[in-house]
Design a protein around this ligand. Structure first.
Ligand SMILES: Cc1ncc(COP(=O)(O)O)c(C=O)c1O
Length: 378
């Protein structure tokens, strides 16, 4: 059976006419940088997420860097963020000379544990950066509460969870700044790199606009040291089409997640992704925990799936505090990260995309159960 981890081709074919028309329009206009289509996407993104301002940037990592620069984060500062995630969040802080301070996760949701943040705050702390992992919102209210008590901004890394909600509200604008990635495999993916920063604060928006434009508001009148980071018009045109389909894409993913849940419900060794009561999960990833005592453990399962040509991923096999990049003394600070380490050893993500069929899921789940539970092959 031909199964993809993410079927970008199938999704393209389903909306080909709209995408091709949008691309042709940009080619006809030859406005490849900035131009009206980028402005329209920014306006529509802000509208979709119930916020005020969105600014397209080169990718999700740039979005984080620009957000940190706008908040004046630099050498000697500390940024509190999880270690069970992709490196970009901590990397952007470290690139600016700040120190990532790693907090443990809530084992139920894989997201930052709000109860563990306050003990890590010092006079050097400049921001709290939750990551909405795998498509589900972190528990934002207690994070915002501790941040407010200490006068700290919250930056939501929303690369993986566009369209997800927290207590009924779309996430991304609930802190000072939100960041998005449009990496092709994301729920709202471009056909190349792209990202955005989100804010309701006009001053921060104007500042981020200047930072991304070489630190100048007007051409050749640069005021501060900035960067060149912009979303190109072709990507914006593609994203405008896909944004119109995003709610349907999310619904398809949620239904696929429900189907997987039902298939794994009886297993003693598999924990399906819990839905937090405050969150509407968008299933950027469908991530299982495989109990270490399962007859076939997580790593052996990977080999089994490889033999069966079933794509899968481990997000993330090495927690950030264990990476060589943060090995130097002083390169990071950390709390107790035992839940982070446990998750890294137990998780496995299965194919999840808008074109996945129930028959494919039955086959994938059959292969997982057959191995983990040593059940008879289905
Ligand atoms: C949580 C998180 N933050 C940031 C990024 C960085 O995004 P990009 O690859 O667009 O730079 C990613 C994506 O890969 C991500 O998953």
């Amino acid at each position: 059976m031909d199964i993809q981890m993410v079927d970008l081709r199938g999704q393209y074919l389903a909306i080909k006419e709209e995408i091709d028309d949008a691309i042709a329009e940009v080619l006809g206009s030859t406005r490849f940088i900035k131009g009206p289509v980028v402005g329209k996407l920014e306006y529509e993104l802000a509208g979709y997420l119930d916020g005020a301002y969105a600014l397209g940037v080169g990718n999700g990592t740039d979005a984080l860097q620009v957000a940190f620069m706008a908040l004046g984060i630099g050498p000697g500062d500390e940024v509190i963020t999880p270690a069970f995630t992709f490196i970009a969040t901590a990397e952007a802080a470290a690139l600016l000379g700040a120190t990532p301070v790693f907090v443990d996760i809530d084992p139920q949701t894989f997201n930052i544990d709000p109860d563990r943040i306050e003990e890590l705050i010092t006079p050097r702390t400049k921001a709290i950066v939750p990551v909405h992992l795998f498509g589900q919102s972190a528990d934002l209210d207690p994070i915002l509460e501790v941040a407010q008590r200490h006068g700290l901004p919250v930056i939501e890394d929303n690369a993986q969870a566009i369209g997800a909600t927290y207590k009924g509200r779309k996430i991304g604008y609930l802190g000072a700044i939100g960041t998005l990635s449009f990496f092709p495999a994301k729920n709202l993916g471009a056909y190349g790199d792209g990202g955005a920063v989100l804010t309701n604060d006009e001053g921060l928006y104007e500042h981020m606009k200047m930072i991304t434009n070489h630190g100048g508001r007007h051409k050749y009148y640069n005021e501060i040291v900035g960067v060149n980071s912009r979303l190109d018009a072709l990507q914006a045109a593609i994203l405008r089409v896909k944004l119109r389909h995003l709610d349907a894409f999310i619904e398809t993913r949620r239904q696929a997640a429900d189907h997987y849940d039902a298939l794994f419900a009886e297993s003693d060794y598999i924990t399906t992704p819990p839905r937090a009561p405050y969150a509407r999960h968008t299933f950027h990833q469908y991530t299982l925990r495989i109990a270490p005592e399962a007859p076939g453990g997580r790593d052996a399962l990977r080999d089994h799936l490889k033999d069966k040509d079933i794509p899968h991923g481990v997000y993330y096999p090495v927690p950030l505090h264990k990476l060589p990049v943060f090995a130097e003394p002083g390169a990071m600070r950390q709390g107790d990260l035992s839940e982070t380490e446990r998750a890294a050893a137990e998780v496995i993500s299965l194919p999840m995309h808008t074109e996945l069929t129930a028959a494919q899921q039955d086959y994938i789940a059959g292969a997982v159960l057959e191995f983990v539970e040593q059940r008879a092959a289905v």
